[in-house]
Write a protein that binds this ligand. Structure first.
Ligand code: ADP
Length: 604
């Protein structure tokens, strides 16, 4: 599946194209295009393209909308065709958007109402959706929400202890960077060959914005950002945790109003406030030269992160894995070391060499803990766009599966006869009498019946299905084959080489013939249904019979696409009895993807 991902911010646009299979591991996805537009001005904007080699050029687009509108041409120049779906990163999904969601007009209207929670980001994201819809009117648009991953958190983690009217007005903790935390947790589990449900993970996303997340057995149970992205860790320009009393203090003593305070908390605090630069590379370089302000900033930064590790280990009752990501988490060995300093008591200790020599190419996720220590520590590049693409591909596969009902028909024992067999059983020149039409066009059940005889027993009044075939074929169940005393193989129709013999008995004679099989389950499928369900002739699929009395999944069902076919799955009576199927029932083709432990179905 080809997914185009858009991350439209207030002053930049990042986009990427991924080819991926939602059932495959994350690092099997192919990143086929990567681009961004920023520094918009009267003369245009900067355009950066390239997945590995990056090239920068000035492009003529003066607005974000114009830049998005140019993307189809940019992709076409690289020979990349229309995507199967477009995935938009949406900053805030409130409490209503728990998973990737198709952006119908109703969904967009609901997102619009969340603007007060993300006044800068959501409007920019929605603008991206509108322009993309004009560019690709026929391609479905999906939203993936930064907040969604955290909606599994228990109330004790999301509740602010404030007056009830404030909480009723919507004051609560949401958390952000959800897609990044979800990705690195999954990537770490993949790398460790472990299941998420067995792990207690702390993820530290340390970029310009920074947050920690406690991921207990696949579910986010706490995160350091709150109602807004100001809370928690020290960031490039944001302070993280702060006593709410500072507002009154600043107003009374410095005469600052709310807007001024908020602006400074967003853009003048954090590393910038402490050391004069929001860029950790500058701060580390100055600290190395002996700058006391820079050294203090690093200490405050590392100490805050370390406190959160302790807090989240307490929240989860222990810790198995710590993952570093984001520009600082990925690139600063000294910051990783400082954060982990003194945590040996909880089984967390870094290996000096491994920490210094981290290579993250090809989505690697190397381990850097000291050998023999209990907590595994990994570093990996965050890949939010990939995760967004993956979420949408998975959600689409699930949505499609939800609309892939297959009627199930139970085939009782029957025979297909060739012309010679009809003559042998019913007499020379005899023609079968079509009695009842079958659902496959042109097929019918004859009025005549035959008897099957084997060394152990006989089956009387077995149906004959027309029209005549080039070769006689006898289809029975495994139970029937025991009764006859003949070991029949499971075969697809027509595959009769080396099949055992059985005796057919008709009113005018008897015939010993090969062609006895147990029919392998299969689906007759009309080409239109095959296109809609995205399967092809010769594919094997799994079909879920959830609604049957003894619900089960039939694996490895052959799809046979035939012009004019009536779409239905054929199983034999043994299979029908195993599933407890009465007469008519419906199955559903299972999507190719594994169900991820991360989908928020059973909150922790
Ligand atoms: P964003 O949150 O905007 O995506 P990034 O994840 O790119 O930001 O992180 C940016 C931060 O990473 C900056 O503080 C930058 O200085 C820091 N960073 C990048 N490379 C290094 C490095 N080699 N050493 C220390 N810090 C680094």
């Amino acid at each position: 599946m080809r997914i185009l991902v858009f991350n439209a911010g207030s002053s930049s646009l990042k986009f990427g194209v991924f080819e991926l299979d939602p059932g495959a591991p994350l690092n099997a996805a192919r990143h086929v295009f990567k681009g961004s537009f920023d520094r918009f001005g009267a003369d245009g904007c900067d355009m950066i393209t390239g997945v590995t080699e990056r090239s920068r050029a000035r492009a003529p687009h003066r607005t974000l909308a114009a830049a998005i509108a140019a993307v189809p041409d940019v992709l076409a120049t690289d020979g990349i065709g229309a995507p199967d779906a477009i995935a938009h990163r949406i900053a805030h999904g409130g409490t209503g958007f728990t998973a990737a969601t198709e952006l119908t007009p109703e969904a967009l209207a609901r997102i619009e109402t969340l603007t007060p929670l993300a006044p800068l980001h959501n409007p920019a994201n929605l603008e991206g959706v509108r322009v993309a819809r004009d560019c690709w009117p026929d391609v479905p648009q999906w939203g993936v929400f930064d907040t969604a991953f955290h909606l599994t958190q228990p109330a004790r983690a999301t509740t602010y202890a404030v007056p009830p009217e404030w909480r009723e007005a919507g004051l609560r903790r949401f958390g952000f960077h959800g897609t990044s935390h979800k990705y690195v947790a999954r990537r770490a589990a993949e790398e460790l060959g472990a299941e998420l449900r067995d792990l207690r993970i702390i993820s530290l996303h340390l970029g310009n914005g920074a947050s920690a997340c406690a991921i207990n057995r696949g579910y986010s149970i706490d995160t350091s950002m709150g109602m807004t992205p100001l809370e928690g860790l020290v960031m490039g320009t944001r302070p993280g945790d702060l006593d709410p009393g500072v507002f009154g203090f600043l107003q009374r003593n410095l005469g600052l109003d709310i807007d001024t305070i908020e602006a400074a908390l967003g853009a003048e605090s954090g590393l910038k406030g402490l050391a004069g630069s929001s860029d950790m590379r500058d701060v580390e370089a100055r600290a190395a030269e002996g700058d006391a302000r820079a050294q203090e900033a690093i200490n405050v930064y590392a100490y805050r992160a370390r406190k959160y590790i302790g807090a989240y280990a307490a929240a989860m009752g222990g810790l198995d894995v710590l993952v570093f990501t984001g520009g600082i988490g990925e690139n600063s060995p000294s910051m990783r070391r400082r954060i982990c300093d003194g945590l040996e008591y909880m089984g967390l200790k870094l290996d000096h060499d491994r920490n210094l020599h981290v290579d993250l190419s090809d989505r690697a996720a190397p381990q850097i803990e000291a050998y023999g220590t209990r907590v595994q520590v990994l570093v990996t590049e965050t890949a939010e766009q990939l995760m967004i693409a993956h979420e949408v591909a998975s959600a689409r596969a699930e949505a499609r599966a939800a609309h892939r009902p297959i009627p199930v028909a139970v085939s009782a024992r029957h025979v297909h006869l060739d012309a010679a067999a009809v003559e042998a059983l019913f007499g020379k020149g005899y023609e079968l009498t079509p009695d009842k039409p079958l659902r496959q066009p042109g097929n019918w059940a004859a009025r005549e019946r035959v008897t099957l005889a084997g060394p152990k027993g006989r089956l009387e009044r077995v149906a004959i299905l027309g029209p005549l075939r080039p070769q006689t074929q006898i289809e029975v169940s495994r139970t029937d084959s025991f009764l006859l005393g003949i070991d029949a193989p499971v075969r697809q129709s027509g595959d009769l080489h080396g099949t055992p013999h059985v005796r057919l008995i008709g009113p005018a004679g008897e015939l010993d013939t090969d062609g006895l099989i147990i029919a392998a389950r299969h689906i007759h499928m009309h080409p239109d249904d095959a296109a809609r369900m995205e399967v092809a002739d010769g594919d094997y699929v799994d079909v879920n019979l959830d609604h049957a009395e003894r619900a089960l999944t039939f694996a490895h069902v052959l799809v046979r696409v035939q012009p004019n076919a009536f779409t239905e799955m054929h199983i034999d009576t043994d299979e029908a009895n195993a599933a407890g199927i009465g007469s008519a029932t419906e199955g559903e083709i299972v999507p190719e993807m594994a169900v991820t432990a991360l989908s928020p179905r059973t909150p922790a």
